[in-house]
Design a protein around this ligand. Structure first.
Ligand SMILES: [Zn+2]
Ligand SMILES: [Zn+2]
Length: 278
């Protein structure tokens, strides 16, 4: 994954400013990474620039500028462009050629793929739906992450008052037992009925666009598993209790843990956080 674009330049150089600088900004924007500007008129930046050009660029004592690089998270660096010694227009043409090249398109496409193929991205892009609060009010819900690692994550549909309609575990392997323990560890096992935990397999080909390829990146079976937890209270006593998230979607604070309280209660924090506030 690319993590930075760097341009080595000087303010006085007409090959550099303004057009090479704005083109470098465009690359950083296309790749969705920061741009580092190394201005060789400042000695600290010049040191870094010299090292980069010496190791990965077109080095000579009085090297040509601008020079542009993309740097990968694993330390690899690719040199993209060196300004021409001839007319400024030659450097401008080089930029245009770079942008219309298939090399550049692949660079951007590759970055987009590496950027968006984590479990988190797939859930966000394809397995998140807009929905309304259920059993509590009719407001629309937000889908809030409670916990995640690269192969498992837990998210909940939560209304603005913090009421939780549905909790879902996403994973690359079926994790019903793990999810059951997760719920119990949150301290809300009292309202968990094992019948209410239901498993579903999601295949890349059944989604809006066929993303089987992306699924295979993260899941050895090519399947993303969901375990849904929706409570179906049976008795009046059960109907009075509701599942809530500590801190409502509109508030930033709170411990983001689940807790149980009367469904008509408006308390937005769990008992622990409410106590520590006082
Ligand atoms: Zn609600
Ligand atoms: Zn809390």
């Amino acid at each position: 994954m690319i993590h930075r674009v760097t341009i080595v330049l000087a303010e006085y150089c007409p090959h550099c400013v303004p057009f090479s600088l704005s083109n470098a900004k465009k690359i950083a924007h296309d790749l969705d990474v920061p741009l580092r500007i190394l201005n060789i008129e400042y000695s600290a930046q010049e040191l870094l620039a010299d090292k980069l050009v010496k190791e990965h660029g077109d080095w000579s004592e009085d090297y040509l500028i601008p020079q542009v690089f993309v740097e990968y998270a694993d330390g690899r660096v690719i040199h993209l462009l060196t300004g021409f010694s001839e007319a400024v227009s030659a450097t401008e043409s080089a930029w245009q050629a770079l942008f219309s090249s298939s090399f550049y398109k692949n660079l951007v496409h590759g970055q987009a793929e590496t950027h968006r193929n984590t479990l988190k991205d797939i859930v966000e892009d394809y397995l998140t739906f807009s929905s309304q609060c259920r059993r509590h009010c009719t407001k629309s819900t937000s889908f809030i992450e409670l916990w995640s690692n690269p192969t498992k994550m837990v998210k909940a549909y939560v209304c603005p008052d913090g009421y939780v309609s549905r909790v879902i575990a996403f994973s690359t392997h079926p994790v019903v037992t793990w999810f059951r323990n997760f719920i119990v560890n949150q301290g809300v096992g009292e309202i968990l009925n094992d019948r209410d935990l239901r498993l579903a397999s999601r295949h890349g080909w059944e989604l809006e666009t066929d993303i089987s390829h992306t699924f295979k990146h993260i899941s050895p079976t090519g399947v993303i598993y969901e375990v849904y937890w929706t409570t179906y209270p049976k008795t009046d006593e059960e109907r009075r209790r509701g599942l809530f998230l500590c801190s409502s979607p509109e508030q930033r604070e709170g411990c983001k843990r689940l807790f149980v309280q009367n469904i008509n209660s408006s308390r937005e924090r769990c008992p622990q956080c409410s106590t520590s506030d006082i």
